[in-house]
Design a protein around this ligand. Structure first.
Ligand SMILES: [Ca+2]
Ligand SMILES: [Ca+2]
Ligand SMILES: [Ca+2]
Length: 215
């Protein structure tokens, strides 16, 4: 009986947490393109979303290797989040320029193609993290459950830019056409967001129960 009741208690608790903190004023990863159809060099990007005017100094963007959990890349950010709240970091082609349109900062953001994780942190700790790919035999450093691996040319983007449930699988979708510099227009659709969140939780519960049964 307890097994039947636990999922509902978990869902109720997490839904309550969501309602208490519906939208963090912090910075989140809003889109990542880590594998381009051609050369990644100069073509891939990381997009952040945050409050306009936020100074990014002291923030680090880290690539965490899925094979051993170590930091294989660490990028010190700089600059200020512009008026639209969207900050695009375009990959450095090697000469300080990038092919990504609308870039706010050029840096070496060609992250590994997975299963790996990308972590945004400040001096105090992790602000947001995204793990992507199949972590069956790899070390996950993202949040919740991993987002799927995006095929070459496709990005992983936050479905609702104003919602961060700290579950990569629920928060991110694959975009066939990457959108550096723009985010979905959805503005605070809390009921749909809550539904999305709960559907994600149902999926998680389903997965965890399968694991229990399999184990
Ligand atoms: Ca790559
Ligand atoms: Ca998060
Ligand atoms: Ca975008």
């Amino acid at each position: 009986m307890s097994r039947e009741r636990t999922p509902f208690l978990v869902m109720a608790g997490l839904a309550g947490m969501l309602l208490l903190s519906p939208v963090q004023a912090s910075i989140v990863l809003s889109e990542v393109l880590y594998d381009s159809t051609g050369s990644d060099n100069g073509n891939v990007f990381v997009e952040l979303l945050g409050a306009p005017g936020t100074v990014l100094d002291n923030l680090l963007l880290e690539g965490i290797n899925g094979s051993d959990g170590t930091v294989y890349r660490s990028i010190a950010l700089s600059g200020v989040i512009p008026a639209d709240g969207i900050f695009v970091i375009g990959d450095d082609s090697g000469d300080g320029t990038t092919l990504v349109a609308g870039t706010d900062l050029v840096a070496e953001v060609d992250f590994q193609n997975g299963p790996d994780s990308i972590v945004l942190r400040d001096l105090n700790g992790v602000l947001d993290a995204l793990g992507y790919g199949d972590f069956t035999s790899a070390m996950f450093s993202g949040e919740g459950s991993a987002a799927p691996d995006a095929a070459a040319g496709s990005s992983l983007a936050r479905f609702n830019p104003l919602l961060d449930t700290d579950n990569n699988l629920a928060d991110f979708v694959v975009l066939d056409i990457p959108t550096p510099g723009t985010v979905p227009v959805a503005t605070v659709p809390l009921p749909p967001a809550l539904l999305l969140f709960l559907s994600g939780m149902l999926g998680l519960v389903s997965i965890s129960r399968k694991r229990v049964l399999a184990g």
